[in-house]
Design a protein around this ligand. Structure first.
Ligand code: ATP
Ligand code: MG
Length: 260
């Protein structure tokens, strides 16, 4: 299990793929091949393929309702998979039940920020912590606000603090791949900045691989290596993040409205 823990700072991985090469390559961390998934008989994702190298961050973008959350939830095992394969570090994730995916390296922060509201901040962290570089103490160092609120119940936290706690809970699982579904949604600008700085530190300085779904594409593209845009449950764009960031008109076209 030791090899599943991401420890310390690592050099940034080189870009390992582009949109024209959707399948896995040697050395890649995540390979998603022809993934179809949805809810019950309804298929929302249609043959989605993408991959991610070790240490890379992927910005997953798209309009409302195109399947971004369904994609993240499918990696976490919380939807019905209709076809395709998901491989994380050589492990066939799609074969595992959802409860086994954290142990396989998935650190999932769902869109609805699931924290235990009846537990304290500290209990939330110690209840799920797994051995590795990310300890509750390091999570507090990353989010000083949480350190101050250690003894507070989840119900007593602001929206921003709840989001920080949700990220911290995923980190202390010591995942190989962090899944952040709209981590900045509904938060005050000052908290957005604080979280963005923390996310950049986790990914760019500590080298943890991540997929980030976001409605503020410019901010996320600036700290991502790759970008994938979904529409109607399919991949309509895949490139390196900087290429997309430099093309605001394309971005607006892909996302439908002007974003900042
Ligand atoms: N639990 C569910 N049961 C049935 N259909 C669902 C469920 N959750 C989502 N859907 C449908 O799946 C499609 C994709 O939804 P999803 O939540 O993945 O989109 P999204 O890109 O994350 O949107 P948003 O930007 O609003 O978060 C939508 O048509 C939605 O109505
Ligand atoms: Mg969503």
């Amino acid at each position: 299990m030791a090899d599943l823990n991401v420890v310390g700072a690592r050099p940034r991985a080189r870009m390992s793929c582009d949109g024209r090469a959707p399948f896995g390559r040697a050395g890649g961390l995540l390979q998603v091949e022809q993934l179809s998934a949805g809810y019950g008989d309804a298929v929302v994702l249609h043959e989605v393929s993408l991959n991610l190298g070790e240490g890379q961050t992927l910005a997953l973008l798209g309009r409302n309702g195109v399947g971004k959350t369904t994609f993240m939830d499918t990696l976490a095992g919380a939807t019905r998979q209709h076809g395709g394969r998901i491989t994380l570090g050589g492990v066939a994730l799609h074969m595992l039940p959802s409860h086994a995916r954290a142990a396989a390296g998935i650190g999932w922060v769902p869109q609805e920020r699931n924290i235990f509201k009846s537990l304290t901040v500290h209990e939330n962290l110690t209840a799920v912590a797994r051995p590795g570089a990310w300890t509750p103490a390091r999570a507090y160092e990353l989010f000083p606000r949480l350190a101050e609120r250690q003894g507070n119940l989840g119900t007593q936290l602001s929206g921003g603090e709840q989001q920080m706690l949700a990220v911290a809970r995923a980190l202390v699982l010591n995942p190989r791949l962090l899944l952040l579904d709209e981590p900045l949604e509904g938060l005050a600008p000052i908290i957005v900045e604080e979280l963005l700085r923390a996310i950049a530190r986790i990914t760019r300085e500590e080298g943890l691989s991540a997929i980030i779904v976001e409605q503020h594409p410019q901010a996320i593209l600036a700290i991502s290596d790759r970008a994938v845009v979904l529409d109607h449950g399919t991949v309509v764009h895949a490139s390196d993040a900087e290429t997309l960031r430099q093309q605001p008109e394309l971005l607006d076209r892909l996302l439908g409205v002007s974003r900042h």
